[in-house]
Design a protein around this ligand. Structure first.
Ligand code: IPE
Ligand code: IPE
Ligand code: MG
Length: 244
């Protein structure tokens, strides 16, 4: 049996919930609810495929600008999903991590996040990273501020700052960078998702709306990834033939 090359880390912008609902003349929240079912499905698929890390963009720093009612619904949905799914995630050895500015969340949600991360931290299955109130620019500024404060305190010299040190201050510093980035719904942009971390990620866009994203579309993305030659700046002849 041929073994295909698999991404270790998949990062997804889950987009198209609103349009999915609109197509069905349903309110937008029906799309978000259906989107949660897809999240469940994709976590399971990643487990089956042995994907080490799955990062999902759930709420961007810019999503606060949506109508208040939608924002509040998304927060409720996040909290309910976390409460309902955490035991199941734990049972399935999923290690959960939330990235983003969590101080904007209610105290109750912040508490739930801490508990969920604590409960699952020693699990050895897929690491599930949920980006909530996350922005790639926020991540980079946070890292820069931290390094600047170290310089201010005389702990670090500005000359010592390099890519490696900078990377170490970012969210996901301890995880392999995303190998495959997927965005659903046909939009072809990054929307302030992982900016630094996507430097050498293979990009895959699909027109499928997030609630419709299923095993077939997931496998299409994996197949596309398996055909890519990752050169990281080198030329074709320098790249080792895949030992898959
Ligand atoms: C993605 O779906 C979910 C979130 C951003 C929370 P959208 O809500 O962006 O769906 P569209 O883009 O309006 O279809
Ligand atoms: C990006 O989707 C954020 C999430 C999926 C959480 P958006 O639908 O908010 O992105 P834009 O505004 O169309 O770029
Ligand atoms: Mg959208």
């Amino acid at each position: 049996m041929t073994q295909t090359r698999l991404p270790r880390h998949i990062a997804i912008i889950m987009d198209g919930n609103g349009r999915w609902a609109k197509q069905r003349r349903l309110p937008r929240h029906a799309g978000h609810k259906a989107g949660v079912d897809t999240v469940r499905r994709v976590i399971k698929l990643c487990g089956e495929q042995g994907i080490e890390v799955l990062t999902l963009f759930a709420f961007s720093s810019e999503n606060w600008q949506r109508p208040e009612q939608e924002v509040s619904l998304l927060m409720d949905l996040f909290m309910t999903a976390l409460q309902q799914e955490i035991n199941n995630l734990h049972k399935n050895q999923i290690r959960l991590r939330i990235i983003g500015a969590r101080d904007a969340f209610s105290k109750k949600l912040q508490q739930l996040i801490v508990e969920a991360e604590e409960l699952t931290k020693h699990n050895i299955g897929t690491t599930l990273v949920i980006a909530a109130n996350y922005g790639g620019q926020w991540d980079i500024v946070k890292a820069a501020k931290h390094l600047a404060s170290l310089v201010e305190q005389g702990i670090l010299e500005s000359q010592q700052i390099n890519e490696t040190l900078f990377q170490q201050q970012l969210c996901l510093a301890d995880l392999p960078p995303p190998d495959l980035f997927i965005r659903t719904s046909g939009e072809q942009r990054i929307s302030n998702f992982l900016l630094w971390q996507l430097a050498y990620t293979e990009i895959y866009f699909t027109k499928t709306l997030w609630p419709d994203f299923d095993k077939e579309t997931f496998m299409d993305a994996l197949e596309s990834f398996a055909t890519r030659q990752r050169r990281f700046g080198r030329i074709d002849e320098q790249v080792e033939p895949e030992n898959a």
